[in-house]
Design a protein around this ligand. Sequence first.
Ligand code: ATR
Length: 284
Amino acid sequence: MTLRACIIGHPVGHSRSPLVHGFWLRRHGIDGSYGRADVQPGDLERFLAAMPGEGWTGGNVTVPHKEAAFRLVEVDDPAALALGAINTLWVENGRIRGCNTDVEGFLANLDQEAQGWDDRLGKVVVVGAGGAARAVAYGLLERRARSIVVLNRTQERAEALAGTLGEGRIEALPWAKARAALADAALLVNTTSLGMQGQPPLELDLEALPDRSIVNDIVYVPLVTPLLRAAAARGNRTVDGLGMLLHQAVPGFRRWFGVTPSVTGDLRALVAADVERPARGDPP
Ligand code: ATR
């Protein structure tokens, strides 16, 4: 029997998850498939309820369904419970269970690309206060960051994040304090969509950032965002966002297909080439 999984989102046409899981299915010679399910918000509950009967083994959940799916499936994963969102689900005994692997993806990417990054981890500056920022902050607390500063355009959202996740270790600062916040940061993470293809760049003055700081962007289209380019130009170590996408996919694949896949250089090259390919309709 072919094991079937999918990415559930709206829209889903640009998702790279089918490329990632398709690569692993071929590599491991598994009789499985991983497709796209474009599900309108009003249809999510019906779609999920039908999954066990329609022979799905599970799937990923992306924008805009991560929070709604969290409310519709069974969850006992501590990260998902803390974040109020899932990105992975599977059918178990006719019921749907969910978890959140974004935290694991974020941490594993830094572990692979910047070994030792969390040795006596000092202050971390997180830009943004949405769902991605919550996952990043949760992971940083897990790795015992000495302190976390959240900078966000809308300060109330940063304060809400600090209040619900913080344990007193997260401070929300206004944008105007960015320069001072960066002066002793060990790590800077952009979790906003700024710098993504088609979006304005993240305007952040890196002048005060210490040379030894690491800069991570969770945006991966393009691979080298204006933030990462500016950081690399002044000598900071940089980590792009592609590894987070690849690593967050590992636990789902293991659940659905029974094999733990690896994030290897050839997988990274395959997805990187797709990311860097001109979009359809762009001039060559
Ligand atoms: P996600 O769940 O993917 O993190 P989100 O909840 O929509 O998405 O959050 C997007 C983040 O990017 C927010 O921190 C948002 O700032 P606001 O809370 O002020 O909206 C930030 N963001 C998006 N566009 C932005 C822009 N043009 N300038 C500054 N921040 C922006």
